[in-house]
Design a protein around this ligand. Structure first.
Ligand SMILES: [Fe+2]
Ligand SMILES: [Fe+2]
Length: 297
């Protein structure tokens, strides 16, 4: 499948591995890195990152930026947000995601469940609340979109608002020139179809695993958890400070949680695989504290 038009990445994790190139661990030590870094330096870092990006990653962003239009997002919301694809438990969702076979190396790469547990275990070790640990465990389950046949560029990748101008702080923003919305009369203005300061709840985000999972779990988790799930790939906002003009004060407060979550997502990958079977009882218990036996996906 490698090199197929819709699958430029060897596997889905390649996007996340690439995020580590863009946001190396040392820089993230200050949670407010994006606020503190001066704009010129930031631009230069971005330019260097883009110049060194792998061809497959670049092609992935080219497709993502070309095809994530306002209409595409509406079409996917229509298709998925009725949540009538499956009925299954959270654990079944994890096992389902684990069936995602790709071109990654089975000897060196961790399974999807192992990735999720590394994130949640890193959160647990630092004594965070139970809902936060659970959020780490489930935050990428929306990647099952791939198993429903969605192309990589509609499952992973940085997310961003559609229906208003694409920020130049989105990675490879020059590829948006190929997007039909780029010179759309209404969608190309700074606030587009939205009210300035009207809050992110009014905003349609590009389609991917974040938005989908948010809708699956929104009845069951605290607001802070939902914000982490819904916006964890919105790097232009939580790492680069873009789109502040769409947010309200409540969003700004909630994004503190998204930033707290981000290092666990990016930097918890170690070579020691977690003991999935041994940890399962703890996590089954945690899941049942918040979720019903089955959910609509
Ligand atoms: Fe994710
Ligand atoms: Fe993740």
């Amino acid at each position: 499948m490698k090199g197929h038009r819709d699958t430029p990445l060897g596997d889905l994790d390649q996007w996340e591995d690439d995020l580590l190139r863009r946001y190396p661990q040392d820089e993230s030590k200050s949670e407010a890195h994006f606020v503190a870094t001066n704009a010129a330096k930031q631009k230069e870092e971005f330019r260097l990152y883009e110049a060194g990006a792998r061809a497959s990653v670049k092609e992935f962003y080219r497709l993502n930026h070309r095809y994530q239009t306002f209409d595409f997002v509406q079409q996917k919301r229509e298709e998925y947000l009725q949540l009538n694809k499956r009925r299954m438990s959270i654990w079944e969702g994890m096992e389902f995601l684990n069936t995602l076979v790709d071109d990654s190396d089975p000897d060196t790469d961790l399974s999807q469940i192992q990735h999720l547990m590394q994130t949640s275990e890193a959160i647990r070790k630092e004594g965070h609340p139970r809902w936060f640990v659970l959020t780490g465990l489930i935050h990428d389950l929306g990647k099952i979109l791939c198993l429903f046949g969605e192309p990589q560029w509609a499952v992973v990748g940085d997310t961003f608002p559609v229906g208003c101008a694409y920020s130049d702080r989105i990675v490879f923003s020059e590829f948006f020139r190929e997007n039909p919305d780029f010179d759309h009369t209404e969608y190309s203005t700074e606030s587009g179809i939205y009210d300035r300061g009207g809050g992110l709840d009014q905003v349609f985000m590009s389609w991917g695993h974040d938005e989908y999972l948010y809708h699956v779990v929104k009845e069951f988790l605290p607001e802070e958890a939902l914000c982490m799930i819904r916006y964890h790939s919105f790097y232009a906002a939580h790492r680069e400070g873009a789109y502040d003009y769409l947010m309200n004060d409540h969003d700004r407060e909630m994004f503190g949680w998204v930033r707290t979550f981000n290092p666990y997502d990016l930097y918890s990958k170690s070579d020691v695989p977690p003991d999935v079977d041994g940890l399962r009882p703890y996590y089954e218990d945690l899941i049942s504290e918040f979720f019903p036996a089955e959910l609509d996906w």
